[in-house]
Design a protein around this ligand. Structure first.
Ligand code: NAD
Length: 246
């Protein structure tokens, strides 16, 4: 389904990103397993992909660093001659109540979650425009749609990702580039593992399907959006949240 496609997945050394990398590779894409510091984990994702007959390489950089993203996109483009799929998955949380939130915690979350997306789109869009083809998928969140107490920085960044997605979709549509966002609810990963038990119990009560999602639930949606089956879908925010926000 994704044979001969080259995909970059940011923050792919663990969690949802690792699952997306494995799923795209299983469908035939050559995957750039991007990571920041966890080389061993990124190498393990690459190895798992290769053990299953797929193709992957690893690349390290901080998505908040504009120049570093330019270098990454240049290097992947030079190596393969094309970049077909970009999945902006890297993200962080630094939760806290608004009135006590540190300035650096607000800035750090915006820099990674929102500017990181912009940085990669900024440089990949030039390549995809020349190709007159490409798929960009950005990880937003239900927090970006509905807000969440204790996550003003994170919600703002993920709402920003939605605005960025829609503007990019409008700008790039004429060159046959699809840009969409996915908005997961509560998915079992290291990011949600750290939540206190009472927060998790309260969260489950807000989910009509009555359970947290799995990384595969998000990865399958991303793989669909990256495929030609989604050629006529752009500028959308698709929820994968067990019905939490509807
Ligand atoms: P995670 O913390 O397990 O993984 C995030 C990855 O991003 C890590 O590999 C981390 O190293 C990488 N990363 C963080 N900052 C980076 C930076 N500056 N440069 C490069 N890489 C960086 O999180 P996850 O649960 O797998 O979440 C993946 C994405 O899905 C995130 O964007 C997150 O906001 C979003 N999301 C997750 C959930 C959930 O319930 N888990 C819900 C909604 C949205």
């Amino acid at each position: 389904m994704l044979k001969d496609k080259v995909a970059i997945v940011t923050g792919a050394s663990r969690g949802i990103g690792a699952e997306i990398a494995k799923t795209l590779a299983a469908k035939g894409a050559t995957v750039v397993v991007h990571y920041r510091g966890s080389k061993e984990k990124a190498d393990a994702v690459k190895k798992e992909i290769e053990d299953n007959g797929g193709t992957a390489v690893t690349y390290a950089c901080d998505v908040a660093d504009f120049k570093a993203c330019e270098e990454m996109i240049k290097s992947v483009s030079k190596e393969y001659g094309h970049i077909d799929i970009l999945v902006n998955n890297a993200g962080i949380t630094k939760d806290g109540l608004l009135m006590a939130m540190k300035e650096e915690d607000f800035d750090a979350v915006i820099a990674t979650n929102l500017k990181g997306c912009f940085n990669c789109i900024r440089f990949v869009s030039r390549i995809m425009m020349k190709q007159k083809a490409g798929k960009i998928i950005n990880l937003s969140s239900v927090s970006g749609v509905a807000g969440n107490a204790g996550q003003a920085n994170y919600s703002a960044s993920k709402a920003g990702v939605i605005g960025l997605t829609k503007s990019a979709a409008r700008e790039l549509a004429a060159r046959n580039i699809n840009v969409n966002a996915v908005a997961p609810g509560f998915i079992c990963t290291d990011m949600t593992d750290v939540l206190p038990e009472n927060v998790k119990e309260d969260a489950v009560k807000q989910i009509p399907l009555g359970r947290f999602g799995k990384t595969e639930n998000v990865a399958d949606l991303v793989a669909f959006l990256a495929s030609e089956q989604a050629d006529y879908i752009t500028g959308q925010v698709i929820h994968v949240d067990g019905g939490m926000v509807m």
